[in-house]
Design a binder for this molecule. Structure first.
Ligand code: WTA
Length: 574
C-alpha cells in the first residue's frame, strides 16, 4: 500500500526522552493535522469519503480493508468493496426518503453488513446509532425513542426485541438475512442492496454536521445520547497515527463492538482513515479463538480492554502454547484501570508492553495515553496527547498541584469532543459547569512527571468489564418486578470484571426472600435490559438507606458492602 497521505505528524512522541514529549506539545497545532485531509482545501467533509472513497481515488482501492471471520464466515473486503457496498446502502436509504440529519440505527451482531450499513448511513449525511446486540426490549426502545430514529438495520433473530408499535418515528426496518414483507413493514437487506446502484452522489457536509450517536450511562436518569460530529475525524486520524502507531502495512484488530464507542472510533474510523487492514472477529470471547485470530491474520496492532486481558491471563500460559504471536508490534488497552499485573503478563507472554489509554464516550477519542516508545509506569494512564491539556481540579475549579486527588478535567475544546447530548442540554451543561473545562466524572491525580493515575468514579456509575452501567437504569427495571419494593444498585469490586453489579432489594409484603427469587429477579433484568445490566449478586434487606427526599443512598450501600464507615448520615431518613 502507498503512503497514507502527507506525513504531517506534529504530536508524534518517539522516544522516552521527556524533552521529545515537551517539544511535541510545544509545537503542536491541530491545523497541521487537518492539512492531511482533502477537505482542508474544500471545506466540505464526509467521514465515509475520508475513510473509504479517498483511498480508492488515490489508487489504494485494491488494498484489504476488512478481514472478517466468525464460526461460519470467513471474508475479506477491499476499500473498493466497501465503497461499492456503502454506496448501495446509501442509495437504498435515499430511496425511502432518508437523508441528511436523520437518525438510522443499527442493531445487530458484528458482521460485515453492520460495517457496510454504517458507512452507507454516513455517505448520505445521516447519523448512525449502533446498538449492542445484547440489548433487550426496553433498552432498544428507550434509545430508538429518544433519538427519534427513522430506520433500523437489524436481523430476523433480533426483530422481536423491537417494539415497533410504540415507535411512531421508526418507518423502515432493514433485515440482514431476512426478506421483504411489505405487510410487516420489513425490507430485505440483500434484495434492496442488489437493486440499488453502486454509484452514489455523496452528501458533502460541514465539520459540525452529525456523525454518530452513542448512548451511555450516567448515575441518574436514562442513558444519554452522546452526539458526535464530523470534526471528530481529525482526532480519530491523529490518534491512529501517534497512539495506535498505525502504518500502511499494519493488520489492526480492535476487539470492541461498535455498540460501544471504542468499536466505532477505533474499530471503524481511526483504522480506515489511516487506510490499514481492519480485523473483525464475530462471535463470543474465547482465549483460543482470540489467539488464533491474531496468529491467523498476523495482527500487528491489537487494541483491547483490561477485562479481556485478565480473562486471557486467567486462561493461563497453556492457552498460548503452540500459538505464534510474534506478528504483534503494539498492544493497547482502554475502558478500565489496567492492573500492573496485566502489564507484566503482556511483557512476558506477548513480548509487548500493554499501553493504557484513557478516554470516554463523550470525549470521542483518546486523550491521555501511553505512546509507543515512551516510558510506561505500569498503573498509570499516561500523559495527555500533544494538543490536549488535562488537569486535576478541586470542586470549585482550582487547578491542584501534583499528587492531589481531584476531578480529572480537560481544557475545552478538542476536535472529537461531543457536540451535545441528544434532547438534553441540561445534562450536557453539567459536564462544563467549570468555565473552560470538561469535567470527566473520574477522580485521578497527576505525578510530578505529568503522568495521570486513575482513582475512581466521582459519581455512582458502574464499570463492569469495561461497560458503563448506570445504576438508575438497573434500579428502574428492578422495581418493575412484582416482588421488588425498592432497589439500590452499586458496583462491587471484582478481580476479573473490575466491578460487578450488586443489587440491594427490599421486598413487597407477602414475598419470601429465597435464592430462587434472586434468580428470577436477575433473569427479569436480563430479559428486559441486557445481560450485562443484570445484577450478579442480590442481597435482600428489610429497609434501604434513603435520604429524607426518598433517594436511595448508594454510598451507604457501598460502605456496607466494603465494611467501611458510612460517613455523614445527616440526610438519612431515619
Ligand atoms: C473508565 C470508554 C481507567 C473511566 C472509551 C471513564 C478508564 C469511563 C480508562 C468511560 C483507563 C476508560 N483507566 N479507567 N484507561 N479508560 N476508563 O464512556 O471511568 O464507556 O470515565 O468509554 O471508563 O467509559 P466509556
Amino acid at each position: 500500500m502507498g503512503q497514507v497521505h502527507s506525513e504531517i505528524l506534529p504530536g508524534r512522541v518517539q522516544s522516552s526522552n521527556m524533552s521529545d514529549y515537551t517539544q511535541a506539545v510545544a509545537n503542536f497545532k491541530w491545523e497541521d493535522v487537518e492539512r492531511n485531509f482533502s477537505w482542508y482545501d474544500t471545506g466540505k467533509v464526509n467521514m465515509a469519503h475520508e475513510a473509504v472513497d479517498r483511498h480508492v481515488q488515490e489508487g489504494r482501492g485494491a488494498a484489504t480493508a476488512l478481514l472478517y471471520s466468525d464460526a461460519v464466515r470467513d471474508e475479506s473486503y477491499t476499500f473498493a468493496d466497501l465503497q461499492e457496498r456503502s454506496n448501495r446502502f446509501g442509495n437504498v436509504l435515499r430511496k425511502y426518503g432518508i437523508g441528511k440529519g436523520d437518525r438510522v440505527f443499527i442493531f445487530m451482531p458484528r458482521q460485515p453488513e453492520l460495517y457496510f450499513s454504517l458507512l452507507g448511513i454516513l455517505k448520505i449525511g445521516a447519523i448512525a446509532g449502533p446498538l449492542f446486540e445484547a440489548f433487550m426490549e426496553t433498552a432498544v426502545k428507550d434509545r430508538l425513542e429518544d433519538s427519534g430514529a427513522v430506520a433500523l438495520v437489524t436481523t430476523p433473530e433480533l426483530l422481536h426485541r423491537v417494539k415497533r408499535d410504540e415507535l411512531p418515528n421508526l418507518r423502515h426496518i432493514f433485515l440482514v438475512g431476512g426478506t421483504t414483507d411489505i405487510e410487516q413493514g420489513n425490507l430485505g437487506f440483500t434484495e434492496e442492496m442488489a437493486n440499488a446502484s453502486s454509484e452514489l452522489e455523496l452528501e458533502w457536509l460541514d465539520l459540525d454536521d452529525g456523525l454518530i450517536m452513542h448512548y451511555t450511562s450516567g448515575s441518574t436518569g436514562k442513558p444519554k445520547g452522546v452526539y458526535h460530529v464530523q470534526r471528530a475525524m481529525i482526532q480519530h486520524y491523529y490518534t491512529g497515527r501517534v497512539v495506535l502507531d498505525l502504518r500502511p502495512d499494519d493488520i489492526y484488530w480492535c476487539t470492541a463492538d461498535p455498540g460501544w464507542v471504542t468499536g466505532t472510533s477505533y474499530g471503524i474510523f481511526s483504522p480506515w482513515l489511516n487506510g490499514v487492514t481492519n480485523v473483525v472477529r464475530g462471535g463470543r470471547f474465547s482465549p483460543q479463538d482470540w489467539y488464533k485470530t491474531i496468529e491467523r491474520n498476523k495482527v500487528s496492532i491489537w487494541y483491547s480492554a483490561p477485562t479481556a486481558f485478565r480473562m486471557l491471563m486467567g486462561a493461563g500460559e497453556s492457552s498460548i502454547q503452540g500459538i505464534d504471536l510474534s506478528s504483534l508490534r503494539h498492544v493497547l488497552s482502554v475502558g478500565e484501570p489496567l492492573n500492573p499485573e496485566v502489564v507484566r503478563w503482556g511483557d512476558k507472554f506477548y513480548n509487548q508492553r500493554i499501553h493504557d489509554t484513557w478516554w470516554m464516550t463523550e470525549t470521542g477519542a483518546q486523550l491521555i495515553c501511553n505512546y509507543p516508545g515512551m516510558d510506561i509506569k505500569p498503573g498509570s494512564m499516561g500523559r495527555p496527547l500533544p494538543g490536549i491539556e488535562a488537569a486535576i481540579l478541586d470542586d470549585r475549579g482550582n487547578v491542584l498541584p501534583p499528587f492531589s486527588m481531584g476531578n480529572l478535567a480537560i481544557r475545552t475544546p478538542w476536535p472529537s469532543m461531543m457536540n451535545s447530548i441528544w434532547n438534553n442540554p441540561t445534562k450536557y451543561e453539567e459536564y462544563f459547569r467549570i468555565p473552560g473545562w470538561y469535567m470527566s466524572g473520574d477522580s485521578a491525580y497527576m505525578d510530578d512527571d505529568g503522568y495521570f493515575w486513575f482513582q475512581g468514579r466521582i459519581d455512582d456509575v458502574i464499570n463492569s468489564s469495561g461497560e458503563r452501567i448506570g445504576p438508575f437504569e438497573v434500579e428502574s427495571k428492578l422495581v418493575e418486578h412484582p416482588a421488588v419494593a425498592e432497589a439500590g444498585v452499586i458496583g462491587k469490586p471484582d478481580l476479573v470484571r473490575g466491578e460487578i453489579i450488586k443489587a440491594f432489594i427490599s421486598l413487597r409484603e407477602g414475598y419470601t426472600p429465597t435464592a430462587a427469587l434472586k434468580e428470577e429477579i436477575a433473569a427479569f433484568v436480563k430479559a428486559g435490559l441486557s445481560a450485562h445490566a443484570a445484577p450478579r449478586e442480590i442481597e435482600f434487606k428489610d429497609k434501604l438507606p434513603k435520604t429524607r427526599s426518598g433517594k436511595i443512598m448508594r454510598r451507604v450501600l457501598k460502605a456496607w458492602e466494603l465494611h467501611l464507615p458510612t460517613g455523614d448520615l445527616s440526610t438519612i431518613e431515619d
